[in-house]
Write a protein that binds this ligand. Structure first.
Ligand code: PAF
Length: 284
């Protein structure tokens, strides 16, 4: 595995591989790898000849009061894990390589980005994501790019971006990877102390309860949300949002007619956590 720092070096390496007929898979990350990231790498490895992982803690997607300064960073460990997982190129640029002096462009995806995490974190968040993802796609020009379904809204934003700007890249959403007790893996889980870590398992229980409600025929939003909210309340968690939305375009839903997304965000101890579940109406 090569660690590359410059756009020019990545372009040269990808060009050389493409000249030999290689297909290219990109896994965009902010590092602090866990098994969720590695599942994206494994999927990319199984489908691509050249696997590029970007490691870049993107400042433009963090708000002024968010955790940019403290976001976990350990490039040495990440590089070891990436090499062991079969990554060919680790692209770990400096901030100035991605945002040189005078950088003035921002990509905004309307509609999908004003709700849920866009409302909770502010409009800069998805503008930052869309801008850096666009840059990464321009730099690496991958055939496919791999994202975790834990960031369900991000996946929809990236799909819309790619569709609207005619980017020739296939977006692959990979399943959420969970700890044995159900907590969705996240780089931010390191912020949880023991008590908060225990309480955080309520997010998955809330999604389980919602799924059980739907399986039991309670497909209206009020019943689903109240089943989920009861699990959160039992762990003294007051969610930032808990919403039933369309899995295609995030419009609010009054019930599960076919497929829906239940999305939750909550502050638990020192961590802000998100999770979601796709809910399917029981077949009649
Ligand atoms: O999901 C993430 O880690 C980030 O939002 C991404 C896609 C790497 C963009 O910075």
């Amino acid at each position: 595995m090569k660690t590359l720092r410059t756009i020019a070096d990545v372009r040269a390496a990808v060009r050389a591989a493409r000249a030999d007929g290689a297909t290219v898979g990109l896994v965009p990350t902010m590092g602090a790898f866990h098994d969720g990231h590695l599942s994206l790498v494994h999927r990319a490895r199984s489908e691509s000849d050249l696997v590029v992982v970007s490691l870049f803690v993107n400042p433009t997607q963090f708000g002024a009061n968010e955790d940019l300064a403290t976001y976990p960073r350990d490039e040495g460990r990440d590089a070891e894990l990436a090499a062991a997982a079969g990554v060919d190129i680790l692209f770990a640029p400096a901030v100035t390589e991605i945002y040189p002096a005078g950088f003035a462009t921002s990509i905004h995806v309307s509609g999908l980005t004003e709700v849920l995490d866009g409302a909770a974190r502010g409009p800069h968040h998805f503008d930052g994501v869309a801008t850096v993802v666009t840059k990464l796609f321009q730099i690496v020009a991958p055939d496919a790019a791999y994202f975790g379904q834990k960031d369900a809204q991000q996946v929809l934003v990236v799909r819309r971006l790619v569709r609207d700007l005619d980017m020739p890249v296939r977006i692959v959403a990979c399943p959420i990877v969970r700890e044995p007790d159900g907590l969705a893996m996240s780089s931010r889980n390191v912020y949880l102390d023991a008590a908060a870590r225990e309480r955080a398992t309520a997010l998955n229980r809330a999604l389980d309860a919602a799924e059980a409600a739907v399986a039991g025929g309670r497909t209206d939003a009020a019943s689903i949300l109240s089943a989920a909210r009861a699990e959160l309340a039992a762990a003294a968690i007051d969610p930032e949002y808990l919403e039933l939305r369309s899995a295609d375009d995030l419009r609010p839903l009054e019930g599960v007619a076919s497929t829906a997304l239940l999305l939750v965000a909550a502050r638990v101890g020192a961590a802000r956590l998100i999770d979601n579940r796709t809910l399917e109406a029981p077949s009649t």
